[in-house]
Design a protein around this ligand. Structure first.
Ligand SMILES: Nc1ncnc2c1ncn2[C@@H]1O[C@H](COP(=O)(O)OP(=O)(O)OP(=O)(O)O)[C@@H](O)[C@H]1O
Ligand SMILES: [Mg+2]
Length: 287
């Protein structure tokens, strides 16, 4: 009938296959019985996501490169965290591991207190798909679907009715100022417009955690500010935890926490003054 209906039938037949084809874009969730639920609640106030001693090595022929060398990082429920680091320092590698799209060579990952290494591939993809929205560095929109259909897909896979899915997708497209481009396919959109559609897709299903890889990188300053405002609103009003990889200090400054990825490890951010920093706090320290 239409592409969404076809995608939904495909989801019912083999959701895992479909999601793999989508590179697990944007928190695509298949709810048994079409149930919507709040995902990945933290256990006993612990972090939503905990990385401990995460190592990632890549081997190309005889040459082995250790990109991550023992990353320790917590993302609290409702946190807003920026990660900065030089090009090639491993930020996207780290984000893929945080999003359960890739397994580390060593170290452990816990999601809401559950150890990921103990999960089967099915459990892993269910956890990922029910809890995490991705904004990929290269957008990864499906080329044959319109903007509206791309954004509606995560809802469709949650069993949300086609009309409702379309209305919610259209509403999210309006939020990223793309309401007038909903019938365009990705190749009919500029890079910045595709990025906004990818952001709408990541947010439409209100995941517990959004992982965004340079989400403002292809946007003009004004649109970038609006997108950051949107992330902050969702973070503050809906309690969605947001992790943003960025090269832009102005973006990092808007996040509650800032870290750097240096030499394969997480360090406290250098050069990003926290918004709340004030001379008095330094004076009063040392109790
Ligand atoms: N699949 C892979 N196989 C081999 N090496 C890889 C693979 N993916 C990434 N790398 C290497 O890991 C390092 C980190 O790559 P990554 O994409 O994580 O960097 P980044 O910090 O996101 O950079 P940028 O800011 O340019 O996006 C690079 O040296 C890259 O060559
Ligand atoms: Mg990258």
């Amino acid at each position: 009938m239409n592409v969404l209906a076809t995608a939904r039938r495909q989801a019912a037949r083999g959701a895992r296959m479909v999601r793999t084809a989508l590179h697990a874009g944007s928190g695509l969730a298949r709810r048994k019985g079409g149930q919507r639920s709040r995902q990945a609640a933290p256990i006993d106030g612990g972090p939503l996501l905990r990385l401990s001693g995460v190592v990632k090595r890549y081997a190309i022929g005889p040459v082995e490169t250790e990109v991550l060398r023992g990353v320790d990082l917590d993302v609290g429920a409702g946190g807003l965290l920026s990660i900065m680091g030089e090009s090639g320092s491993g930020k996207s590698t780290l984000l893929n591991i945080m999003g359960l799209l890739d397994r580390p060579t060593a170290g452990s990952i816990q999601v809401a207190g559950r150890n990921v290494s103990a999960m089967s591939d099915d459990e892993l993809s269910d956890t990922r798909n029910q809890s995490i929205g991705f904004v990929f560095q290269a957008f990864r929109l499906l080329p044959r679907l319109t903007a509206l259909e791309n954004v509606a897909l995560p809802l469709t896979y949650q069993g949300i009715d086609g009309v409702e899915a379309r209305e919610r997708a259209q509403g999210m497209l309006r939020k990223v100022a793309m309401g007038n481009r909903s019938d365009h396919r990705p190749d009919q959109l500029s890079g910045g417009q595709q990025q906004r559609v990818a952001i709408a897709r990541a947010l439409v299903a209100s995941p517990a955690l959004v992982l965004a890889d340079e989400p403002t990188g292809a946007l003009d300053p004004n649109t970038g500010r609006e997108i950051m405002q949107l992330f902050r609103e969702l973070n503050e009003s809906d309690g969605i935890a947001v992790v943003i990889i960025t090269h832009d200090r102005a973006v990092a400054r808007q996040c509650a926490e800032n870290v750097d990825l240096v030499d394969g490890r997480i360090t406290a951010a250098g050069g990003v003054a926290p918004a709340s920093a004030s001379p008095e706090t330094a004076e009063g320290a040392g109790e």
